[in-house]
Design a protein around this ligand. Structure first.
Ligand SMILES: *[C@@H]1O[C@H](CO)[C@@H](O)[C@H](O)[C@H]1NC(C)=O
Ligand SMILES: *[C@@H]1O[C@H](CO)[C@@H](O)[C@H](O)[C@H]1NC(C)=O
Ligand SMILES: *[C@@H]1O[C@H](CO)[C@@H](O)[C@H](O)[C@H]1NC(C)=O
Ligand SMILES: *[C@@H]1O[C@H](CO)[C@@H](O)[C@H](O)[C@H]1NC(C)=O
Ligand SMILES: *[C@@H]1O[C@H](CO)[C@@H](O)[C@H](O)[C@H]1NC(C)=O
Ligand SMILES: *[C@@H]1O[C@H](CO)[C@@H](O)[C@H](O)[C@H]1NC(C)=O
Ligand SMILES: *[C@@H]1O[C@H](CO)[C@@H](O)[C@H](O)[C@H]1NC(C)=O
Ligand SMILES: *[C@@H]1O[C@H](CO)[C@@H](O)[C@H](O)[C@H]1NC(C)=O
Length: 826
């Protein structure tokens, strides 16, 4: 026999509802276009976002037009359906150990014209939900069957940084979902929910004459849905008060709900709530009853019992919320449920009740993947943009185990991931593909598999293999003789480092928001404005200087750009690409932490912004362009699928120590999805003056659009002028107009004071004009651009070398040109 537990409501102040929704609410409007940045719900003030970042599969749909008026809530008008695959999951970001409420809402709205619509039905707007049936799983555990239901809710304790919520096709219709919502709960609320057991909401209702059909946030601080009890008995009387009611700060009930109640009619009469339901039969039930008396003149005392739970003698507190719940889980094997409030002999007034919650137990007795392994493989999935069937728990249930992921079956209930391989090779650096020796291609899978014993080593292993592969590409290793063991891998890495080709082993660090506050000294030094928000200077514990790029809420760029940037940056590591040190992802706080480039951007240097006074000399300019071109070439060709930067401009080429150039800001970058794809169709984006007209007109994005933008950058480097000068037109036209005169000094930046090798300058201008021709097919590849710029650099270097030989004094005079090299330096 379970015991009733009383939660004393001794906390004095009534919870005050904040005007804005709590920052840690995650509210997903399924089926919303990914390019739609979200909206605030007019009634609740809750901000809804697209589900694109949280799910890999499914199709977007809208409910039928004639159903829209029925569903006032914008978030119910779109949905995502899952016609393929048996299990499809959302991965919701969580904090391990935190207790959450998760809710999925379902409005079919005849979205597919199948008329699989329940029609009438009681409640919300009358119908709209489906006659279909499918299952919901919380991780690996069965949560509910969706069957003409509007919303399902569960309370759980997060076991990892991700909580998978899965829809399972049980053969009775295509699963779909309209809204997914995640709400963190107070740690002290619902203590029976633990890591090993969750619970599903079975009933949550207000009892009495409460006007609202559903009460939620801001009435409920946790945004639980409270329904009006759709039942009234002739032996009940409605009670209500307008007085303030003191609530426990944790066990709060919406005020409008606790201010109404029912009581039995007549003294000495009992109050029963009974029903029959086969659904939760055999499952443990937990109830929470909420009471607040509106009078204190007479004794109201009654015995509370629920099914098999021992009666508990209780007297509701005056204008204060009292909560009763059973400490264990009550089981009704016959499907009959029975709440009875029986007045005691001493009671002067009949029993009363204000609100009720009942939950069913979701026990976690299925095996799961070890949380750290799960988080690691999720990190890899995100970093490499792996989609496939990588959804839900990686190892369980076995029939849905992730493709290519091998799990141990240890005796305990948590499996370790022991290896995985990636067979589709669609990721940028195909991190784990070791080329097979010739003649053994058929046995590819075997060579793809890499043993990963301890997850923490996993990323390092990936990077090692990546290094090896690149090494092989550069023919330093023969493909007939791939390195086979760890020591060879290490040797290869060593060799590589000795060659000074800096490829960093990046294990991106995850920062908390408070760590970022510390790192940036409370965002003290604003150093710029990035694509999706402000950039701040920071300093890590080891004194590494960093640039912290925050995503501002006002940013026109959404989550997509954030993920594009994270994905591009984690996929590519090159000495001429700004490297990502870590990121912060705490619901509303998104930030990227980069290496700090202390010499500013090329743009600053050319325009003399931000205190950059010294003009770069020609040799430095060309060298910097060679480096930037190499970075871009790596993006286009260094990866198995091209990455297109989309926003190449002088302010995105940054200078670090020794004026080494690195390309930054991958917020708009796009990756091809397959090897056969010839272009990507997107809405043109970028910066005025740099956008390829072909791309602008056709929305067909290819690498040549970056080549075009790079051509504009080259013209700026040569002329020192911005792309567009109002009244004088675009830089291409300005340069072309001057070129006819045949005198390079009319084009070259006057601040160089003639200190450049003429043929070097010509070569840069000529390359720039090739890059910017209208006919896309005639533009050079970045590899060609690199080669031409290297020639230009060699020409300039030979001039300088000669200059040094000729006269060092002319150097100090800054009168290179007078030393007479080059036919028409002046
Ligand atoms: C979003 O993309 C769709 C096409 O996928 C387009 O029809 C729509 O206009 C876009 N919306 C916005 C706000 O850009
Ligand atoms: C009490 O309120 C409920 C809900 O509004 C209503 O259905 C019921 O008829 C009321 N009962 C009485 C006795 O007024
Ligand atoms: C209930 O008892 C109280 C006091 O004992 C009395 O004043 C009241 O009239 C009774 N109510 C009914 C409905 O009998
Ligand atoms: C309440 O339930 C008990 C036991 O099942 C029954 O004897 C009694 O008549 C019920 N009372 C009302 C008011 O329904
Ligand atoms: C209701 O609960 C009481 C115990 O409190 C029990 O005696 C009675 O049989 C139950 N009635 C139903 C209908 O389950
Ligand atoms: C109420 O429950 C107590 C035990 O908690 C019991 O002693 C008492 O007899 C019960 N009274 C009624 C009226 O059921
Ligand atoms: C969960 O663990 C608690 C103790 O930590 C235990 O009392 C409870 O029975 C367990 N629940 C299940 C469903 O195993
Ligand atoms: C692991 O489980 C699979 C299937 O569940 C079984 O075939 C295999 O023998 C098990 N391996 C070990 C080492 O227990």
């Amino acid at each position: 026999m379970a015991l009733l537990v009383l939660v004393a409501a001794l906390v004095l102040n009534t919870a005050l509802h904040a005007a804005a929704q709590p920052a840690d609410f995650l509210s997903i409007d399924c089926g919303l276009e990914a390019n739609y940045s979200g909206y605030k719900d007019a009634d609740t003030g809750i901000a809804y976002v697209s589900d694109e970042p949280y799910v890999d599969s499914g199709e977007n749909h809208r409910i039928a037009a004639d159903q829209e008026s029925r569903w006032g809530d914008t978030n119910l008008r779109t949905l995502r359906s899952f016609p393929s695959g048996v299990r499809n999951c959302y991965a919701l970001p969580t904090r391990a150990g935190t207790r959450y409420l998760v809710r999925l809402s379902f409005v079919h709205g005849n979205y597919d014209g199948s008329n699989a619509d329940a029609g009438g039905g009681g409640g919300v707007g009358g119908g709209g939900w489906s006659t279909l049936s499918f299952d919901l799983y919380l991780g690996v555990d069965r949560w509910a069957t969706v069957d003409k239901d509007y919303a399902h809710e569960a309370v759980f304790v997060a076991w990892a940084s991700w909580a998978p919520v899965c829809l399972i096709n049980t053969g009775s219709g295509t699963p779909f979902v309209s809204v997914v919502e995640l709400r963190p709960l107070d740690d002290a609320l619902y203590p029976s929910v633990m890591a090993n057991q969750s619970m599903a909401r079975y009933v949550r209702c207000s009892i009495g004459d409460n006007k609202e059909f559903i009460t939620r946030y801001p009435g409920d601080q946790y945004d639980r849905f409270w329904w009006q009890l759709g039942y009234s008995s002739p032996t009940w009387k409605n009670l209500s008060t307008v007085s303030a009611i003191t609530q426990d700060s944790i066990y709060t009930v919406p005020l409008t709900i606790i201010q109404t109640a029912v009581e039995a009619v007549g003294n000495n009469t009992m109050l029963n709530i009974t029903w029959q339901d086969q659904t939760p039969r055999g499952r443990g039930l937990k109830f929470f009853m909420y009471f607040a008396d509106f009078q204190n003149s007479q004794l109201r005392q009654f015995n509370v019992s629920f099914n098999d739970v021992e009666p508990y003698q209780y007297s509701p507190p005056y204008l204060t919320t009292g909560v009763l719940y059973n400490s264990g889980w009550s089981i009704a094997t016959d499907g009959n449920y029975n709440i009875s409030l029986v007045p005691t002999a001493a009671s002067k007034l009949p029993p009363m009740i204000n609100a009720l919650e009942i939950y069913t137990l979701i026990s976690h007795d299925n095996p799961t993947t070890f949380p750290v392994d799960f988080e690691t493989i999720m990190a890899i999935k995100l970093e490499y943009g792996i989609k496939k069937n990588w959804m839900g728990d990686p190892c369980f249930p076995v029939k849905f185990a992730w493709e290519g992921v091998k799990c141990s079956n240890s005796s305990s209930n948590t499996a370790r991931i022991i290896s995985f391989f990636n067979s589709d090779g669609n990721m940028c650096n195909k991190p784990i593909i070791v080329p097979s020796p010739p003649g053994k291609r058929s046995n590819r899978a075997a060579t793809l598999a890499i043993l990963i014993v301890v997850p923490a080593t996993l990323i390092v292993v990936l990077v090692l293999v990546f290094l090896i592969r690149r090494q092989q590409r550069k023919s330093n290793y023969s493909t007939e003789d791939p390195p086979r063991d760890q020591s060879e891998l290490e040797n290869a890495l060593q060799t590589r480092q000795n060659h000074g080709d800096v490829l960093q082993i990046v294990e991106n660090r995850q920062f908390t928001y408070s760590e970022l506050e510390k790192v940036t000294n409370k965002f003290e030094r604003h150093i710029g404005q990035g694509g999706f928000g402000p950039v701040y200077f920071g300093c890590l514990e080891d004194n590494t200087k960093v640039a912290v790029k925050m995503r501002s809420e006002l940013s026109s760029h959404g989550l997509d750009e954030f993920f594009a940037e994270v994905q591009s940056l984690t996929k590519v590591h090159h000495r001429n690409l700004v490297s990502l040190i870590g990121y912060c992802w705490e619901k509303d706080h998104l930030a990227l932490v980069y290496e700090y480039m202390d010499q500013g951007s090329i743009c600053d240097r050319l325009r003399g912004n931000n205190g950059a006074s010294e003009t770069l000399n020609w040799r430095t300019r060309v060298r910097v362009m060679v480096e930037a071109a190499q970075g871009l070439d790596y993006l286009h060709k260094g990866c198995s699928l091209p990455i297109i930067h989309r926003d190449v401009k002088t302010s995105n080429i940054l200078l670090g120590q020794n004026l080494q150039a690195k390309i930054a800001d991958f917020g708009l970058s796009k990756t091809y999805l397959s090897e056969t794809q010839t272009h990507i169709s997107v809405t043109p984006a970028g910066t005025a003056g740099y956008i390829d007209p072909e791309y602008y007109q056709t929305s067909r994005l290819t690498e040549s659009s970056d080549v075009y933008s790079f051509g504009i950058v080259l013209l700026e480097i040569a002329t020192g002028e911005p792309p567009i000068i109002s009244g004088q037109g675009h830089i291409i036209q300005r340069v072309k107009n001057k070129i006819v005169a045949g005198n390079i000094s009319l084009i070259a930046d006057a601040r160089l004071d003639g200190a450049y090798e003429v043929s070097s300058m010509w070569k840069v201008v000529d390359t720039a004009l090739q890059c910017t021709v209208d006919v896309v097919a005639q533009r050079p590849s970045m590899a060609t651009v690199v080669a031409q710029l290297k020639e230009s650099l060699a020409l300039e270097e030979s001039r300088e070398d000669s200059g040094f030989m000729g006269s060092t004094s002319t150097v100090s005079d800054n009168t290179f040109s007078t030393s007479g090299f080059g036919p028409s330096a002046r």
